[in-house]
Design a protein around this ligand. Sequence first.
Ligand code: PLP
Length: 363
Amino acid sequence: MPIPSALVASLPSTAPFLGPETLERQLGRKFTLRLGANESPFGPSPRAIEAMVAQAAQGQNYSQPDGWDLRAAIAAHHGVRVEEVMVGTGIDDLLALLCRAYCDPGDFVVTTLGSYPTLEYGALGAGAQIARVSYRNDAVDLAALLAEVLRTDARIVYVANPDNPSGSLLTSKELSDFRAQLPERTLLLMDEAYADFTNDLPPIDTSDASVVRVRTFSKGYGMAGLRVGYAVGHVEMVGLIDRIRMHFGVNSVAAAGAIASLEDPEFLRFVVQQADLGRVKMEALAESLGLRALPSHTNFVLVDFGTKDRAVSAMKALLEAGIFVRKPGQPPLDRGVRITIPRLEDFDLFAEKLTTVCQSLQA
Ligand SMILES: Cc1ncc(COP(=O)(O)O)c(C=O)c1O
């Protein structure tokens, strides 16, 4: 037998996500509504689709190995330099690259128990150890994260803001105070996958080598299947990622779609406005059923069912009813079911299904 890498052989065999298609195969039927992965129900912008179709006809050509055109479009969007932006195949790709870039085997990555799991997958793959702190009042606990960073001399501290699955948002003041107390040698990795849905994120400061922001075209821009994300920060960070990334990873069709998306801000405004309206309706629906939706700054809400058992039953019943949803697996948020905000035209169907599920839980 060939000898595998000791690190890789020691990793748990995990499937971080069970895809809806796998669940459909298991259940033997198709979902009517896909509300489990915070995908956009609106798809990509029509302009992005047009650009991608045109680019597909040029599929014989390699994508740009330096990703220049896409990086330039993103840099212009944020008012930073191209050298301060690096693209990857989604945030997930960048999380793993950042772990490899900043961790030696045995180093610590600090995160919140139950927050976005792919960070942990990337950290373990880099040979890092993971230290977790609990949510506090259903939100990220910066004081606990700081204490854990100091205790473990962590190389990376991860903060999803807005957070998944809680939907909560930290203020710019809270974050700048946190940053000020962190050791310079610790990288603050801010996962802003849901940035499109809030106007309250701190300004991007690429002069700070200890902070990196990662964003995606998967959510507001509706391109999750096309796999484009990016990191913005110090040139040093970009240079590190550049040494280990797959240079043709972001394909030319996806790059063309992402560039065209940035040129269509009106479409994004429409998506965000629909999510805002849908979120209010979701909160009202939950309340009418005697439940509570946690305050959310994203395109999903976590509906609190009070206990883990009730939440598991509700999720199973929704899946059976043809609605794809997911739920957090870790306390304290495992008492909730996470639901992507549907299109307004699908809302009545969803409301009917959730109402039936709640009635069956009471019976
Ligand atoms: C907090 C968070 N980060 C990252 C991602 C994945 O982003 P991408 O599709 O760019 O890999 C998600 C997707 O749900 C997410 O919730």
